[in-house]
Design a protein around this ligand. Structure first.
Ligand code: G3H
Ligand code: 13P
Ligand code: ZN
Length: 332
């Protein structure tokens, strides 16, 4: 058993309290590779932002759980080396689906875990989340739970048929689970295809898809029910069209990829939403840079040559999110 405190990591408690009060959101960036980790730390240090580095089950399978944990420990030391004496870095399990996985992460030094029982019946979701909370809180580890199911691209956007979070359930859910933050469903979804073209309108000037707005009415109702309680938004990549265009220009095929407009995320950041999850935008930034580099330099084959611009491009994207969308810069 290793405590995250020994690794120089922090839990989300103070970070979220400050973010809710200050009207900004903490970036929660997924990482699977060293280049992503380096870009996240460089961006956080340069902007003086707290940051959540999150690891999915898929990331653990890809990169190895132990390696990722040591990379997070390395991230703290790297931030110090870059001139940040007291970095605020959370190591978070993204979409934990069992008690055992959450326990394993807590025991190996994670400072925060998500237990995602959102697809379970209400009472089973509560029972599972409470079991994780009871264990995690013994070690001062934060727990995110989820209520409501994130839309899939095939779902209708109309709230009448969606699985949006029901505001009337949030008080009971948060009290009975004891969770520290709540992920809600208000129209975001995972991946680079968040809406079908039929769900969108087209900008007459650019021909680009314009997605329907998030359900801010539900968010505001939830805020009223749980004043000051930390709310989390998953599936919050904006799928930058310049990256999609670069990918398509250099041999990729991402037709009609569409994300959440950044002005809506900016608005959400000012509310009780204090954690915003971004993964797909990092994948797009990395892929766009690599495709471009390899197309323009067909004789190069040293991975450092194409991973360097990929890392730079991700860093640029992370800085943009921190400064222009979430507003978590200058908070250390
Ligand atoms: O919410 C999902 C994250 O984007 C992680 O994705 O399971 O493919 O690592 P992954
Ligand atoms: P995106 O696919 O929109 O980046 O969402 C990531 C996420 O929610 C990770 O949990
Ligand atoms: Zn997610």
């Amino acid at each position: 058993m290793v405590s995250y405190k020994e690794l120089g990591l922090v839990n989300t408690k103070e970070m979220f309290a400050k973010a809710v009060k200050g009207g900004y959101a903490i970036p929660a960036f997924n990482f699977n590779t060293m280049e992503q980790m380096q870009a996240i730390v460089q961006a956080a240090v340069e902007t003086k932002s707290p940051v959540i580095m999150q690891v999915s089950k898929g990331a653990r399978n890809y990169a190895n759980a132990t390696i990722l944990r040591y990379m997070a420990q390395g991230a703290v030391e790297y931030a110090k080396e870059l001139g940040c004496p007291n970095p605020q870095i959370v190591l978070h399990l993204d979409h934990g689906d069992t008690f055992e996985l959450c326990k394993d992460c807590i025991d190996m030094g994670f400072s925060s875990v998500m237990i995602d029982g959102s697809s379970l019946p209400y009472d089973e979701n509560i029972a599972l989340a409470k079991k994780v909370v009871d264990y995690a809180h013994k070690y001062d580890v934060s727990v995110e739970a989820e209520l409501g199911v994130l839309a899939g691209v095939e779902d209708e956007v109309s709230s009448a048929v969606s699985h949006y979070t029901k505001p009337e359930e949030v008080i009971d859910f948060s009290q009975r689970t004891g969770c520290d933050s709540l992920a809600i469903s208000i129209g975001t979804s995972h991946g680079a295809y968040k809406f079908t073209p039929e769900q969108c309108t087209r900008d007459p000037k650019t021909g680009k898809l314009v997605p329907p707005p998030l359900a801010f009415d539900i968010l505001h109702e939830i805020e009223k029910k749980l004043p000051g309680f930390p709310i989390v938004l998953h599936g919050s990549s904006s799928v930058p069209q310049d990256e999609v265009d670069t990918i398509n220009e250099f041999g990729g095929k991402l037709p009609d990829a569409v994300g959440i407009p950044e002005d809506q995320l900016r608005e959400a950041s000012k509310s009780a939403v204090c954690k915003i999850n971004i993964d797909s935008d990092s994948r797009l930034a990395m892929t766009a840079a690599i495709r471009k580099y390899l197309a323009e330099n067909p004789s190069h084959f040293d991975p450092r040559q194409y991973l360097k611009p990929a890392r730079e491009n991700m860093k640029k994207m992370y800085i943009h999110k921190i400064v222009n969308v979430l507003g978590s810069n200058d908070k250390l």
